[in-house]
Design a protein around this ligand. Structure first.
Ligand SMILES: Cc1cc2nc3c(=O)[nH]c(=O)nc-3n(C[C@H](O)[C@H](O)[C@H](O)COP(=O)(O)OP(=O)(O)OC[C@H]3O[C@@H](n4cnc5c(N)ncnc54)[C@H](O)[C@@H]3O)c2cc1C
Length: 361
């Protein structure tokens, strides 16, 4: 027995999912958005200041931006469920040529629907070394486009050996006084042209056969902290805006708590390195560590539903958001391995909504 309360269900509550919900809500579909159990709001709830989302000339706190997107979707009739989708099953076509889909959540609830938008984003791969978690947003970053700007005239370390790491490193030479790329092997996965470009850049140093074993930190003196933090702390810096806000989601943020208790936040001062051939340990001073060892798209639950590439990114048909499954659309970082920005994810969420709308009508 099939019961379709929502003709379209969106999985994931980042910029892509909420934007799709706004469009489909305004089009009268009252979509259900399954937000994810652990991180409703997506990756931006783990950051503070977002400076590059259009419409906010003063910048906006990441959790605040996501709350606003949610409110906007709610205003147009979207409904929300804080759970994870664990499987999507294809049901036999009901007297037509379009299938139905049955979504099962981790709590065992089931929802039947005619169209699905997968907007489950991706997770950054972490180094897993001491200092990484506590300094995330205080000099440790996973996004050069987002945070490079904060490290003007500071020494920067990039970790990784693929094309993304090289792209990030080259981009960061615009800001940093120096950029050192640390790679664990003696050869790079990156294309030769990227390696050649890096070698030709006088600001960029390549260090091979080396791993980061720890990220070191220091604390500004109270007097210098205010002046220094906007330059040194990165996108999660405890900005004056953050200090003025407090409460809610932000109160969970270590940087904000430090700000509220008038303790200057810790920030990155260097990395401990180990040579993988000789075992020799060394230290390198830096103000920022950009980890560029890849992302893992959150698409395992859809492995049998849609075609994915070898890394798990969902494949879509040309410039559309159509996947290999009729009536299933995908948007945002779970599709896009290149741009990975809030605005590009939101744009794709819009396209998925319009594709789903055209399909349903
Ligand atoms: C620390 C940090 C700072 C950043 N700063 C910026 C910035 O300043 N500017 C910028 O433009 N971009 C920034 N980005 C990148 C930006 O956050 C992402 O590009 C954007 O969030 C991608 O949006 P999305 O909707 O595709 O997915 P996400 O934001 O990743 O959201 C995916 C959602 O899907 C949910 N989900 C996952 N699996 C399931 C499941 N099985 N069932 C249900 N729900 C599920 C998750 O809980 C999450 O809510 C930053 C990223 C990070 C990590």
């Amino acid at each position: 027995m099939f019961h379709v309360k929502h003709r379209v269900i969106i999985i994931g509550s980042g910029p892509a999912g909420y934007t799709a919900a706004i469009y489909l809500g305004r089009a009268g579909f009252n979509p259900l958005l399954i937000t994810g159990a652990l991180a409703p709001g997506g990756q931006l709830v783990n950051t503070t200041e977002v400076e590059n989302f259009p419409g906010f000339p003063e910048g906006i706190m990441g959790p605040d931006l996501m709350d606003r997107m949610k409110e906007q979707a709610k205003r147009f009739g979207a409904e929300f469920l804080a759970d994870d989708v664990v499987s999507v099953e294809v049901l036999p076509a009901q007297g037509g040529d379009k299938p139905l889909y049955r979504l099962t959540t981790s709590d065992g609830e089931q929802f039947d629907t005619a169209a699905v938008i997968v907007a489950t984003g991706s997770n950054v791969r972490k180094l897993g070394v001491p200092g990484e978690e506590e300094l995330s947003g205080h000099g440790v970053s996973y996004c050069a486009t987002c945070d490079g700007f904060f490290f003007r005239n500071k020494p920067i370390v990039v970790v990784g050996g693929g094309d993304s790491a090289f792209e990030e490193a080259l981009f960061l030479t615009r800001f940093g006084s120096s950029v050192t790329l640390i790679h664990r092997r003696d050869t790079f996965r990156a294309s030769q042209i990227m390696v050649d470009r890096a070698k030709a850049n006088p600001k960029l140093t390549l260090v091979t056969n080396t791993i980061v074993t720890a990220i070191e930190s220091g604390t500004d003196s109270p007097a210098s902290a205010d002046a220094a933090q906007s330059e040194t702390a990165g996108s999660n810096a405890v900005s004056p805006v953050a200090n003025a806000l407090g409460g809610g989601l932000l109160a969970n943020h270590a940087g904000l708590l430090a700000g509220l208790s008038k303790q200057p936040p810790k920030h990155v001062t260097g990395v401990t390195l180990r040579n993988t051939v000789t075992g020799e340990e060394s230290n390198l001073d830096c103000a920022a560590v950009f980890v560029a060892i890849g992302h893992t798209p959150a698409t395992d639950f859809a492995a049998d539903l849609v075609e994915r590439d070898d890394d798990g990114y969902i494949l879509v048909d040309g410039g559309s958001t159509r996947t290999s499954a009729l009536g299933v659309f995908a948007a945002g970082d779970c599709v896009d391995r290149t741009y990975r920005q809030a605005i590009s994810a939101a744009g794709m969420g819009c396209r998925a909504a319009l594709d789903a709308q055209a399909y349903l009508e």
